[in-house]
Design a protein around this ligand. Structure first.
Ligand code: BG6
Length: 301
């Protein structure tokens, strides 16, 4: 039996959840229920798409995304763990941690009472990952795909000492035109401006975009809203267990220097990332667990 056949036999749900070979030969989970459709790559437990019934796609995936074993995929929901951005002391370690480019395994699938589909993934630890993270821990990502998309990134400290992690659900949201959207919910928050020598600043009013933007907002707990007049919708981002919010758009010049953003792709995306980064990293006591939870939903504008 092939690996996909084994997965389908063990975890497939008839007419709702199947495993297949996606672009570049990467294994993907395809979910279609009465509420939404979604696709997730097993590499990185990387959600590639989520479209609620009767809506436009909510998640942006670059037209020029590469799908290769061991390479990060541009768009979707990359999982950053156990650090966010560059590693604090080892600049040669991969940016945003190492779990977005390695295979994960499926640990559970089921249909929920409301018709949504549940799927959970577990990161596979190996000698290679121990090089970056020599601690005893477990990492899981549970997804509920329905009219809302709920993600729960669970870190369990199975060792005898406390561990400190940074993490992020680095979501790329689809928008009609970045120049006309506004992100609400960060008014008055302090942020680190990564494009201005990490200076600390304070947000006044909603976040609007007319240039490259790369900021870590600190101590953010309330919902963020992406108001998109072009698509006549608002994306609501609820979260728990995430103290920081990263807002990123590379804009034209940086996007052109990147191999995988697609022509003018930057115009149709915004990253609003629920994170624990910079001052907001999380310490987990021995035997404890930490949940980073998000809930996305679409509302009419
Ligand atoms: C954002 C960072 O989260 O991710 C940016 O704040 C970074 O600095 C961006 O450029 C994309 O990162 P990567 O590693 O996926 O190219």
């Amino acid at each position: 039996m092939t690996e996909l056949a084994v997965l389908n036999e063990r975890f497939g749900i008839q007419d709702q959840l199947t495993f297949s070979e996606g672009s570049g030969g990467l294994a993907v989970v395809e979910i279609a229920n009465s509420l939404a459709v979604a696709t997730v790559a097993l590499q990185g437990a990387h959600l590639l798409s989520w479209t609620p019934h009767d809506e436009q796609p909510v998640i942006w995936l670059s037209r020029d995304a590469g799908f290769e074993a061991g390479q990060s995929i541009r768009g979707g929901v990359p999982v950053c763990w156990p650090w966010f951005g560059p590693h604090a002391t080892h600049p040669s370690y991969p940016a945003h941690g190492f779990v977005r480019t390695i295979p994960w395994q499926v640990s559970d699938t089921k249909t929920l009472d409301d018709g949504a589909t549940f799927v959970a993934f577990r990161m596979i630890q190996t000698d290679a990952t121990d090089v970056f993270w020599p601690h005893r821990s477990e990492l899981e990502l549970a997804m509920k795909v329905g009219a809302t998309l709920d993600l729960d990134l669970i870190t369990r400290n199975t060792g005898a000492e406390a561990i400190t992690i940074g993490d992020a659900l680095h979501t790329y949201f689809a928008v009609r035109d970045i120049r006309h959207i506004a992100v609400e919910g960060l008014e008055g928050c302090r942020y680190i401006d990564k494009l201005d020598s990490d200076k600390r600043k304070q947000q006044s009013g909603p976040v609007m975009f007319n240039a490259e933007t790369d900021r870590i907002y600190l101590d953010t707990a309330t919902d963020c809203l992406i108001n998109d007049p072009g698509l006549q919708r608002r994306i609501r981002i609820g979260k728990r267990g995430s103290r920081s919010t990263v807002v990123w758009n590379p804009w034209r010049v940086k996007a052109e220097r990147m191999a995988d953003m697609g022509k003018n792709g930057y115009l149709n995306m915004v990253c609003v990332e629920s994170t624990n980064a910079a001052d907001d990293v999380v310490t987990i006591a021995a035997g404890d667990e930490h949940h980073l939870r998000v809930s996305y939903q679409v509302e009419p504008l």
